[in-house]
Design a protein around this ligand. Structure first.
Ligand code: SF4
Length: 188
């Protein structure tokens, strides 16, 4: 048994845990229904993004209707379309400028995996440089798929742990393929 294992919790610790869980649930509920998206639109998926953002599909039902064109005011980065290697550092910079907590959606197969642009110029999935929460397949995805992806993200946000003050949020995990710097596009 590990030395630090604590078998007994006090009533005070139980109460603190209960309050922290209630606060986390409340913050999760508030955050999942007040997403401010930053649309990083690069290619033809943008047409479907506009369709999804229009009145017909009513994304306002999910509290995510307001795009923000400053990353500092956004907590949801929507990467819409093909990202080439020259755009990759810009995307990374935009992501880094967003405040925590923040989430990322890869909109369409190009953003998710490079799509059929399997060539030297295109980033083979934005998860090579930033962490992604939800991948939406399709070329382009239908607006209903995007809304499905948004609901998935809301469920994920609700299930996460939220704190009133989190001065040291965990660093997001990022798996980089060995041997190539995808931001500069230079082989190492
Ligand atoms: S997934 Fe298809 S529609 Fe979207 S950017 Fe790529 S090629 Fe264009």
């Amino acid at each position: 048994m590990a030395e630090n294992f604590q078998a007994i919790t006090t009533r005070r610790e139980e109460a603190q845990g209960f309050i922290e869980r209630m606060v986390s649930r409340g913050l999760g509920w508030a955050r999942k229904y007040s997403l401010f998206q930053y649309p990083f639109v690069t290619a033809c998926c943008g047409m479907e993004y506009m369709s999804m953002a229009g009145a017909r599909y009513d994304i306002a039902r999910f509290g995510a209707e307001f795009p923000r064109f400053s990353p500092r005011q956004a907590d949801l980065l929507m990467v819409v379309g093909t990202v080439n290697l020259k755009q990759a550092p810009i995307l990374k910079r935009v992501y880094e400028q967003m405040a925590e907590p923040k989430w990322v959606i890869a909109f369409g197969v190009c953003a998710s995996s490079g799509g059929f642009y399997d060539n030297y110029a295109v980033l083979q999935g934005i998860d090579k440089i930033i962490p992604v929460d939800v991948y939406i397949p399709g070329c382009p995805p239908r607006p209903e798929q995007v809304l499905d992806g948004l609901i998935l993200l809301q469920e994920k946000i609700q299930a996460q742990s939220h704190k009133l003050i989190d001065r040291h949020p965990p660093e997001p995990e990022l798996v980089r393929p060995a041997g190539r710097d995808l931001v500069s596009g230079v082989n190492k």
